[in-house]
Design a protein around this ligand. Structure first.
Ligand SMILES: *Cc1c(COP(=O)(O)O)cnc(C)c1O
Length: 472
């Protein structure tokens, strides 16, 4: 688009937005089992949207100018601390920012600028690699148990060195939805005088409600000895609009290490609790209103429905010949694989039937699989989802696995991407049937099969190029 010469009216703009969104996946209804979180209660999302809008133009940059921000943040962070074992926290824009701040706090706790490393299980979220990259911390990746997919305590212990500033456990890890042995990991970290962060981005506002609804959930929060910080996203199972997460620290002195201040210029003095400086209070208003609109009772009810749906889904998947659930997830995140059908074809088949089931590439010995995040609304549609999965399995069996053109993987693996401009990359993709300029929902099986055959660093390089091309 170019900037219009004359301003346009709101009705025309809204019509255009709805045209732009026509190929988007739906954000409500439960047929998209990743990215979006639907309570199934439109009035709750409406309350959040209106509160978001009320706070939209408030800038959280200066809490003395907008005291509403301080009061709302105290209430939201206080509610999270109340559920997750206390501590003092920061409201952030998402899991990545919460993790960034936890890693910064740990790095800045080390004695005067020495080297900093952190121990990260291979199933932990890439946000830790991103934080490490941005903050100059080295990552020591450690394996998980190949059957349970939980981090190996022995491997964590062995990886700790005198430069280790942080050890990570997930509750749960996203790929298979299983909770790492938090108490044991925190204990080995504490014994070596190392901080321990629990990534409860997806589980922090889910596991307590599942537990109350009857699920077996091991202790994972700040009440566990040795856990020094924890992240909890509200824009996932808090059901808040995007841009909402909390990071809690057991010790207020550690929280201050996450802050940043600069008086090194002649303008206003910057004191930030977060990575962003000027930012809208909209997400905070949205999170606050979602808490108020649902209340304890609302979240517990969602927890019950989510638990029932997750149990039914696991049982149903186990009953479909050719599929198997990976591990024994305590959460509402379910991954399933197949030794008989191509899961990437299965995912495309589900998409043709109006459902998005997220494909996960093979990594660290874990085979390619499909990830489903069960939310509050899923229970109403769980039988329909199982039918679609069964039909998609049958269709994928019929179609057989993706066959890649001879030499394609070797070609992509050997590409000198620096010598290829974006246009040439687009042409190369088109030559194997991938239209990067196309609209609509693409068939992804070929792309996934190629990526799956590449080592992680090549996947990264190819996808960076993909992103650059689609935004050109
Ligand atoms: C979603 C997620 C994150 C990252 O959160 P964003 O809000 O996408 O930045 C980190 N860890 C886990 C386990 C997650 O599920």
């Amino acid at each position: 688009m170019s900037l219009p010469e004359k301003g346009r009216g709101i009705e025309e703009l809204l019509a255009e937005i709805s045209r732009l969104r026509q190929d988007d996946l739906p954000v409500r209804g439960g047929k998209v089992t990743a990215y979006v979180y639907d309570t199934g209660r439109p009035e709750v999302h409406e309350a959040a949207a209106r509160a978001y809008f009320e706070m939209l133009e408030v800038n959280t940059l200066d809490p003395t100018a907008f005291p509403s921000v301080v009061e709302m943040e105290r209430q939201v962070v206080g509610a999270v601390a109340g559920l997750l074992g206390g501590g003092s926290g920061i409201f952030t824009s998402g899991g990545t920012e919460s993790i960034m701040l936890a890693v910064k706090a740990a790095r800045d706790s080390r004695p005067a600028g020495g080297p900093a490393r952190m121990v990260v299980p291979v199933t932990a979220h890439p946000a830790f690699h991103k934080a490490a990259h941005y903050l100059g911390v080295a990552v020591d990746a450690v394996p998980v148990d190949p059957v349970t997919f939980r981090a190996s305590v022995a491997a964590v212990e062995e990886a700790i060195t005198s430069d280790t500033v942080l050890v990570v456990a997930s509750a749960p890890s996203y790929p298979q939805g299983v909770v790492d042995p938090v108490a044991e990991i925190a204990a080995v970290a504490a014994a070596r005088g190392v901080l321990c962060h629990v990534d409860a981005c997806v589980g922090g506002w889910l596991l307590p409600w599942l537990r109350e609804a009857g699920a077996q959930v091991p202790p994972f929060d700040l009440s566990v000895p040795g856990v020094t910080s924890i992240s909890c996203d509200l824009h996932k199972f808090g059901y808040s609009p995007k841009g909402a997460s909390v990071v809690l620290f057991a010790d207020p002195a550690l929280r201050r290490r996450a802050y940043f201040a600069s008086a090194a210029w002649p303008g206003y003095t910057v004191i930030n609790a977060t990575v962003q400086s000027s930012k809208s209070a909209g997400p905070l208003g949205g999170a606050w209103a979602t808490f108020q609109a649902l209340g304890r009772e609302g979240y517990l009810e969602l927890g019950r429905a989510t638990l029932a749906a997750a149990r039914r889904l696991r049982e149903g998947i186990a009953g479909i010949p050719g599929l198997r659930v990976l591990g024994d997830p305590e959460s509402a995140l379910v991954a399933f694989g197949s030794a008989e059908v191509d899961v990437f074809v299965l995912s495309d088949e589900a998409r043709r039937r109006g459902w998005f089931l997220q494909p996960q590439l093979s990594y660290a010995g874990i085979p390619a699989n499909i990830h489903v995040t069960v939310t509050g609304v899923t229970l109403h549609g769980v039988e329909a989802m199982l039918e679609v999965i069964a039909e998609s399995v049958a269709a994928a069996r019929e179609r057989g696995p993706v066959t890649l053109p001879d030499g394609l993987v070797e070609l992509v693996a050997g590409l000198d991407l620096d010598a290829l401009d974006d246009a040439a990359f687009g042409e190369l993709a088109a030559s194997v049937g991938v239209d990067l300029g196309g609209s609509g929902q693409p068939e992804m099986a070929v792309v996934n099969a190629v990526l799956d055959a590449l080592p992680a660093d090549r996947r990264e390089a190819v996808l960076v190029r993909f992103l650059s091309v689609i935004y050109t």
